[in-house]
Design a protein around this ligand. Structure first.
Ligand SMILES: [Zn+2]
Length: 656
C-alpha cells in the first residue's frame, strides 16, 4: 500500500491534494488507516500518567489524525463536486464508520478526564480549550454508559440517513428532470441553450437545480410547461419526506439525552444566537413585513398577467414586470458578465484594492476535473499566501448550489498555508464564452468572501482555522463581499461587453442597481418560509412522531404565518439538503442572522470611504484573519466598534 497517496503529505505546492494520483480504491484503506492511527494517538494522550498540560492534551489532539484529515478533506470535496457510483458507495460505507470513530474519541472517559484538568493562561489556548470542552459535553462525554450507547446508535443512524437523503437528491436532479420531445415547448430559451439540453435519444432534458423556483421558470413562455417543471421541482425525491421525519425524531431524542428540550435548543447553544428565543424574536420581526411585501408584489404580478398567478408563474411575470419597470432583464446584462472577466477584473480586482493581494493562474497544478482552475495568491509584498481553486460549472455528478471548502486548513501549528475551493453551478455553454446572470455574479462574489476568510486565516490551531466559526457567523464575511458587485469602481472594471469590450452603459448600470430592491418580498418570504420549516422540524419535542411529513410542512408554514400561496419555501422538506444532508439543521436562520452583521459592516465600509486599502486591512486584521480563534462577537465589536444593531438590515430589505 506504499503508493497510497494519502499515507504521506502531498509534495505538491501548499500540499495540494495530488488529484492526478488519487484513485477511488485509495480512499477506503486511507480512511481506515487514518482512523486507526488517530485512535492510537488518542489512546496515548488519554493513557499518559503525567499531569495533563495544554500541549500534551489539547495541542496533541490538534496534531492527531493527519492521514484521516487529508483523506476526508479530499474525499468529501470530491463527493460533492465530482461524484460517481463508486464514490457514492464508499460514502455510504464510510459515513457510519466515521461517526463511530468520532464518538469513540469524544466518549473516551480517560481522555475527557484529562481535558477537564487542563489549564492555560494564554487567551488563544483558553478559547480553544473551552471549544474542546463544549465539543465533548455536547457529544455526550458526561453521559452514563447506557446513555452513551444509545447516543452512538442515534449518531450512526443519523449519519446513514443523511447520506441516503443526499444521494437520493443527486439522483433526482437528473432523473426528475423536465423532459420534452418537441423543442418548441422550450420557447423562451435561446437556441444555444436548447442545443445544450439535447440528449442522445433526441429528447431535451432540463435538470433540476436544488431550490424550488427553477430559474428557467422566468424564461419559459408555455404556462403548462412551467407548471410541469414546478411540480417536478417540489415533488422530487419523495422518499426523502419519510427520511426527514425519521431524522427529526432521532435528533429530538438525541437532544433530550443531552439535556435539551429539542434539537433547535441544542444547536443554538454554541452559536452566537445562544437561545431559541433570540432566534424567534429576530424572525418574528421579519415575517409580518415580508408577507405584506410579497402580497403587494403578487397583486402587481396578477395585474401584469391578467389572472391570479400561481407559484410557477411568479418568476415569469416578475421578470415581465422588471422589464416593464426597469427596462432590463438578464439577457440585457449577461453579455457584460463574462466569467473570466468577472473574476479577473471584478472579484480579484476588488480583493487587490482592499487587501493588496494578487492572483496568478497555475496551469501546472491540476484540480480533480479539467474545468477546475488553480490560482496562486500573493501578498502585497510578493510573498506567497495560498491557493484558490475555482470549479465553476454544473455537472450531473455535482451537487447543486454554490459553496466553499478548504482543501488544506491554514495553521501555524503545522506551518500550513491555506488551499481553498469555490464551487459554482453555472451552465457550461456548448461553445463560446460563459456569460453569467446577475445572480450568478453575486453568488461568485459571495463564495469568494468565504474564500478570503479561509485564505487570510492566521491562527495557531486547525480546529479554529478560517471558516471554523459558528454557522450563524460564517455567512457574514461572505455576505459583506457581495457589496463590491455593484460598487462603481469595481463594476466599471469588470462589466464589459464580451465582444466589443464596451463598458456597461450607464443607464443599464442604473437600472441594475435600481432593480436591486425589486422582488424582495418574494425573496424574503421564500427564505423565511424555509427557515421556519427548518425550525418547526427541529423544535419537535422528543417522542413527537410525524406520520405525514407533507401535512406537517403545510401546518408549520400556516402556524408561522408565512404560508403565502404563490410563494413556496426556497426548499421543501424533501430537498432541504442544508438541514437533512448538510450542517445547517436548525441553522438555516443563520443567513439572516449573519446579515445583521453584514448590513452593519457594509455601513461601516461606506462611512469610511468604501473600497480602500486601509478599510480592507482593518476588516482583515480584526475579522478575516482571526478565524474562530476568539469569541466571534468580540471580533465583530473589535471591527465595528459597537454592538450589532438590526436597523441597517431592516432598512436594506425594505422592512423598516
Ligand atoms: Zn455562503
Amino acid at each position: 500500500m506504499a503508493e497510497n497517496p494519502f499515507f504521506a503529505p502531498s509534495d505538491l505546492p501548499y500540499e495540494l491534494p495530488p488529484f492526478a494520483e488519487i484513485r477511488e480504491e485509495h480512499y477506503l484503506p486511507a480512511f481506515r488507516r487514518g482512523m486507526a492511527e488517530q485512535l492510537a494517538e488518542v489512546e496515548a494522550i488519554a493513557g499518559s500518567t503525567e499531569p495533563p498540560t495544554f500541549d500534551d492534551t489539547i495541542a496533541a489532539l490538534e496534531r492527531s489524525g493527519r492521514v484521516l484529515d487529508r483523506t476526508a478533506t479530499a474525499f468529501f470535496s470530491i463527493a460533492s463536486s465530482n461524484s460517481s457510483d463508486g464514490i457514492m458507495e464508499i460514502e455510504k460505507e464510510i459515513s457510519p464508520e466515521l461517526t463511530r470513530h468520532s464518538d469513540s474519541i469524544r466518549l473516551n472517559r480517560a481522555l475527557w478526564a484529562r481535558i477537564k484538568q487542563v489549564t492555560t493562561s494564554d487567551p488563544e489556548e483558553a478559547w480553544l480549550l473551552q471549544k474542546y470542552r463544549e465539543d465533548f459535553i455536547r457529544a455526550g462525554a458526561d453521559l452514563s454508559e447506557t446513555e452513551q450507547a444509545r447516543l452512538r446508535e442515534l449518531n450512526e443512524e443519523l449519519s446513514r440517513l443523511s447520506t441516503e437523503f443526499a444521494q437520493a437528491l443527486l439522483k433526482a436532479a437528473t432523473e426528475a428532470a423536465l423532459v420534452v420531445k418537441d423543442p418548441a415547448e422550450l420557447d423562451g430559451f435561446d437556441q444555444a441553450r436548447i442545443d445544450s439540453l439535447r440528449q442522445d435519444d433526441g429528447t431535451y432534458a432540463l435538470p433540476l437545480l436544488n431550490f424550488t423556483a427553477q430559474p428557467a421558470l422566468s424564461q419559459l413562455t408555455n404556462r403548462e410547461v412551467r407548471r410541469r417543471l414546478f411540480e417536478l421541482s417540489v415533488g422530487r425525491a419523495p422518499g426523502n419526506f419519510a427520511i426527514a421525519a425519521r431524522m427529526a425524531a432521532l435528533r429530538a431524542e438525541r437532544a433530550a439525552l443531552l439535556g435539551f428540550p429539542d434539537h433547535a435548543s441544542y444547536v443554538v447553544a454554541d452559536q452566537t444566537a445562544k437561545t431559541v428565543e433570540a432566534v424567534e424574536e429576530m424572525l418574528g420581526q421579519l415575517v409580518g413585513p415580508a408577507v405584506r411585501n410579497a402580497g403587494r408584489e403578487a397583486e402587481e404580478l396578477a395585474q401584469q398577467a391578467g389572472f391570479p398567478i400561481e407559484p410557477w408563474d411568479w418568476p415569469y411575470y416578475s421578470e415581465q414586470v422588471r422589464k416593464a419597470r426597469y427596462d432590463f432583464d438578464d439577457s440585457a446584462v449577461r453579455p457584460y458578465f463574462e466569467l473570466e472577466r468577472v473574476y479577473r477584473d471584478g472579484i480579484f480586482f476588488a480583493a487587490g484594492k482592499l487587501y493588496g493581494v494578487t492572483f496568478e493562474e497555475r496551469s501546472d497544478l491540476a484540480g480533480y476535473h479539467p474545468d477546475v482552475k488553480v490560482f496562486e495568491v500573493f501578498e502585497e509584498d510578493g510573498s506567497a499566501l495560498g491557493l484558490f481553486l475555482l470549479d465553476p460549472y454544473a455537472r450531473a455528478n455535482k451537487r447543486g448550489g454554490a459553496w466553499m471548502n478548504n482543501l488544506v486548513d491554514q495553521s501555524l501549528l503545522f506551518g500550513l498555508r491555506p488551499v481553498v475551493l469555490n464551487n459554482l453551478n453555472v451552465t457550461k455553454p456548448a461553445s463560446g464564452p460563459t456569460l453569467l446572470t446577475y445572480d450568478e455574479v453575486t453568488t461568485a462574489f459571495h463564495e469568494f468572501g468565504h474564500a478570503l476568510h479561509g485564505l487570510f486565516s492566521k491562527v495557531r490551531f486547525p480546529r479554529v482555522s478560517g471558516t471554523s466559526v459558528p454557522r450563524d457567523f460564517v455567512e457574514y464575511p461572505s455576505q459583506v463581499n457581495e457589496m463590491w458587485v455593484t460598487w462603481p469602481e469595481v463594476l466599471a472594471n469588470y462589466a464589459r461587453h464580451h465582444e466589443t469590450g464596451e463598458p456597461m452603459p450607464a443607464e443599464l448600470v442604473e437600472k441594475l442597481t435600481a432593480a436591486e430592491t425589486f422582488n424582495q418580498g418574494f425573496k424574503t418570504v421564500e427564505y423565511l418560509a424555509a427557515t421556519l420549516l427548518d425550525w418547526a422540524w427541529h423544535r419537535l419535542a422528543p417522542g413527537e412522531e410525524v406520520a405525514d411529513a407533507e401535512a406537517f410542512e403545510a401546518a408549520a408554514l400556516e402556524r408561522a404565518g408565512i404560508a403565502v400561496p404563490q410563494v413556496r419555501p426556497r426548499y421543501r422538506t424533501n430537498y432541504f439538503a442544508h438541514i437533512f444532508a448538510g450542517g445547517y439543521s436548525a441553522g438555516y436562520y443563520s443567513y439572516i442572522w449573519s446579515e445583521v452583521l453584514d448590513a452593519e459592516s457594509v455601513e461601516w465600509f461606506k462611512e469610511n470611504g468604501g473600497l480602500r486599502r486601509e478599510n480592507g486591512e482593518h476588516f482583515r486584521r480584526e475579522l478575516l484573519s482571526r478565524g474562530g480563534s476568539l469569541d466571534p462577537l468580540s471580533a465583530f465589536r473589535n471591527f465595528r466598534g459597537r454592538e450589532p444593531r438590526i436597523e441597517p438590515l431592516l432598512k436594506r430589505r425594505g422592512l423598516d
